[in-house]
Design a protein around this ligand. Structure first.
Ligand SMILES: [Zn+2]
Ligand SMILES: [Zn+2]
Length: 265
């Protein structure tokens, strides 16, 4: 499969991007050079109409993420440019975007696994790997029940625990993956195939876990009939185009063209 889109791109409007070159005009140029036809900007976002933002999220409100609309050049060099956002889910129904605001974006990514945000996404206490595994499943189901997410970025990838990915996921039964992905398929919520989840796509053989980890999990998602999209989760200009390396993975997972989320966006 030829990968021609990347729907998970951060610009330097995201606080975790420190690259002054991660701006729309340069990203669009690099995307064209890499043969991408569609890109989606997805800066981190917490809606100021929803109480309870963390200190880190506070500045990344609607006014802030909307700055991108004036940064996109008139000449998009033939690339389709979508404007999405990556918001947050903290459990217990607490999500960083209101239903009304969803309409302002082309699509909304809701991560379930930003476990590095201690004291916000996860409790400030030390969770066991089994607790984390249970939380991943629970949060996945809860997010789907809210009917807000267009898609789930880097599903089941516990951010901040790269070295323990396999150990954490060993506590998730196959049945739980089937339950989650069947529900996502039913609700037509997209599943990200992310460079973050495949060390080989980033030139590494092993990065605390192997390519096989998420090949297996996403194959279950494919079996369940989920829709998919590709995302680099780029935070710097250099990572634009990385998404092309996901072609062989899409092949191995068995994703068909008709299963691409872009068809229904
Ligand atoms: Zn994320
Ligand atoms: Zn991201």
């Amino acid at each position: 499969m030829i990968i021609d889109h990347d729907l998970h791109i951060h610009t330097n409007l995201s606080s975790c991007s420190n690259d002054p070159d991660a701006i729309p005009s340069k990203i669009i140029k690099k995307a064209r050079k890499n043969g991408l036809k569609t890109i989606g900007f997805c800066d981190h976002f917490w809606d100021e109409t929803v109480p309870g933002a963390s200190g880190w999220y506070k500045g990344q409100d609607f006014t802030h993420v909307s700055l991108i609309r004036n940064q996109i050049p008139r000449d998009k060099e033939g690339i389709d440019v979508l404007i999405g956002c990556e918001t947050e889910y903290c459990g217990g129904g607490k999500i960083g975007i209101s239903k009304a605001r969803v309409e302002e974006f082309d699509y909304v990514l809701v991560p379930i696994s930003h476990f590095h945000m201690k004291g916000f996404v996860v409790p400030d206490t030390n969770l066991s790997f089994e607790d984390m595994a249970n939380l991943l499943v629970e949060r996945f189901i809860e997010v789907l029940q809210l009917d807000i997410a267009t898609a789930i970025p880097h599903p089941f990838y516990p951010v901040g625990y790269t070295q323990y990915v396999d150990e954490i996921l060993s506590y998730v039964e196959d049945n739980a993956f089937y339950d989650c992905f069947n529900m996502a398929a039913d609700k037509k919520v997209g599943i990200e195939v992310s460079n973050v989840m495949f060390p080989g796509s980033r030139g590494k053989k092993y990065d605390g876990f192997h390519d096989e980890t998420f090949l297996r999990i996403l194959s279950i998602a494919r079996e369940c009939g989920c829709m998919f999209y590709f995302g680099s989760d780029a935070h710097e200009l250099d990572s634009i185009g990385l998404v092309k390396n996901l072609g062989p993975y899409a092949q191995r997972i068995g994703i068909a063209e008709k299963q691409l989320m872009l068809n229904i966006l």
